[in-house]
Ligand binder design. Structure first.
Ligand code: TV7
Ligand code: CA
Ligand code: ZN
Length: 392
């Protein structure tokens, strides 16, 4: 299988893959859209293509208390560690926004959080030590968590913790977020610094779509004296954006950010809920277009951390992250588009190919594109103007 697909280990280019089967076993509860077993499905697909042979693979560990304290408050971590599963009282979160239906307290919660955070921290360290060119943690990418608050299925912000590691070695880190939701937790954490530029592309419809932030004019602190001014880039979109527009927008905006900001490391949050057919998302991006964002970042030849994020139609999450793993190791051109016969999870995929057509994905659903090209050009013009104020 490995030979047939041309997956070899390219000399002098290292990709590290950080995962732990323990993470995948947790349950958020009945009917909750976040399903950690989607990681098992993704891993099954990655391994049935033999891709693990082309990476340095690491079984991740729990982040230590000290590491978690780099961002989170003592009181919040204490509560997170001791919170007990209880019958929810009228669905009202108790403290620190924990215990409602979005962020339930479930069996093994603290273990789950410290594990996915440990994986992102380890991945960041691989990049700092120049031991990897690309480091991957598909279990991370939980961009809504705040210093002392859980939010939107996120409890610990592994991205902030990973960026803090990168900042020990790297003068400037570019954070890019292609999850359909706004990356508010990461934006807030680095709001007042010019060492991190945050860029999120997301659905925005005022308070009608979670988390309700990320409008185009939210570019950083208002005061020019604040170093963080102009260093938050927000790209709000309407329903139904397609591959062509999304990839055009992504390359144009990321290209401009890299030119102006000159990052020495990039973190790409690959939330798969921006894919067509997602249970919570609203976009019509395909596995190909989503993957083009990863290819583009790789082509910049800057140390790259790939993390997961949202993604609520597990078969499509597995497709996207397996395809993006193949891009990282450079075997995407030779990857057999037919899902291997022997993957133990083959019955979950509905269609045989890693690239089903948009018609197949959306069968019966109607998701018209509400983003005219004119709107996309206006966004590009606005970000161009914003970046004129960024100098490094
Ligand atoms: C990164 N949307 C996280 C995205 C977080 C989105 C929300 C749900 C949801 C929760 C459920 C559930 C759901 C079908 C969808 C205002 C509310 C409305 C809870 C029902 N079904 C990421 C968070 C978002 C929980 N939250 O970016 C249990 O949808 O819109 C809201 C908040 C209050 C709470 N209710 C929803 O992708 C990982 N939640 C079924 C069961
Ligand atoms: Ca986003
Ligand atoms: Zn999301």
């Amino acid at each position: 299988q490995i030979e047939k697909n041309g997956i070899g280990r390219p000399k002098g280019y290292n990709v590290s893959w950080h995962s732990n089967p323990d993470i995948e076993k947790h349950h958020f509860g009945h009917a909750h859209p976040m399903k950690p077993w989607r990681l098992t499905l993704a891993k099954g697909l990655i391994m049935s293509y033999g891709m693990h042979a082309a990476m340095d693979t690491f079984v991740s560990r729990q982040a230590t208390r000290e590491e978690l304290e780099d961002f989170h408050s003592d009181e919040y971590l204490d509560y997170l560690k001791t919170a007990k599963v209880a019958a929810p009282i009228d669905d009202i979160p108790v403290d620190f926004n924990l215990g409602g239906s979005d962020c339930p307290i479930f069996e093994g919660l603290f273990n789950y959080c410290s594990m996915y955070a440990g994986a992102s921290i380890d991945a960041a360290r691989k990049l700092c030590n120049n031991e990897s060119d690309i480091a991957i943690n598909w279990s991370g990418g939980l961009h809504h968590a705040k210093k002392a608050e859980a939010s939107g299925f996120c409890y610990v912000n592994d991205i902030v913790l990973a960026i803090l590691q990168l900042l020990r070695k790297h003068p400037r880190v570019l954070y890019i977020d292609i999850d359909v939701h706004h990356g508010d937790g990461v934006e807030e954490a680095f709001w007042s610094t010019d060492r991190v530029m945050t860029l999120s592309i997301h659905k925005y419809d005022g308070l009608n779509f979670f988390p309700g932030t990320g409008d185009l004019d939210r570019t950083g602190p208002d005061s020019e004296e604040n170093p963080g001014a102009h260093h938050a880039v927000n790209v709000p979109l309407a329903d139904g954006i397609d591959d062509e527009q999304y990839v055009w927008l992504f390359k144009t905006i990321v290209g401009m950010c890299v030119e102006r900001f000159q990052p020495t490391a990039i973190v790409l949050q690959c939330g798969a809920d921006s894919l067509a057919g997602d249970r919570l998302g609203r976009f019509n991006v395909q596995v190909q277009g989503h993957g083009s964002c990863v290819s583009y970042c790789k082509s910049l030849n800057i140390p790259l951390l790939l993390v997961g994020g949202g993604g609520y139609t597990p078969r499509n999450v597995a497709r996207a992250w397996a395809h993006e793993t193949s891009i990282a190791i450079g075997c995407d051109a030779t990857l057999d588009p037919i899902i291997p016969m022997h993957t133990p999870y083959r019955q979950h995929f509905r269609y045989d190919t890693i690239f089903p057509t948009l018609e197949q994905i959306l069968a019966g659903e109607n998701r018209p594109n509400r983003n005219p090209d004119k709107k996309i050009r206006e966004i590009i013009a606005s970000v161009t103007e914003q970046l004129r104020f960024v100098n490094c």
